[in-house]
Design a protein around this ligand. Structure first.
Ligand SMILES: [Zn+2]
Length: 89
């Protein structure tokens, strides 16, 4: 792919990653039974890597925007800045 905005608008460094989200199932555990039981995280998380998606698309879908997944991407530089770039095949 080719990024239409390959360099960071803030520091001019070239993009070095896409900002992605992957859903996970974080294990929970409880010590008691019944209502109003306190749960704690068990310390394990199963990541669904097959559902990994660029964060921009996750946000746009959440607000009901219909977008072509191939048109835009949220990318970042090593300094931690993030920006939206167009994508050309
Ligand atoms: Zn930057």
């Amino acid at each position: 792919m080719t990024l239409t905005i390959p360099n960071c608008p803030t520091c001019q460094e070239i993009a070095n990653h896409s900002v992605d989200l992957a859903p996970g199932k974080a294990g929970l555990m409880n010590q008691e039974q019944g209502e109003n039981v306190d749960f704690e995280y068990a310390g394990d998380t199963e990541i669904d890597w097959d559902s990994q998606t660029n964060a921009l698309l996750v946000v746009l879908r959440a607000v009901g925007e219909v977008v072509n997944a191939a048109d835009f991407i949220l990318v970042g530089c090593s300094a931690g800045h993030q920006w939206i770039s167009g994508v050309q095949p």
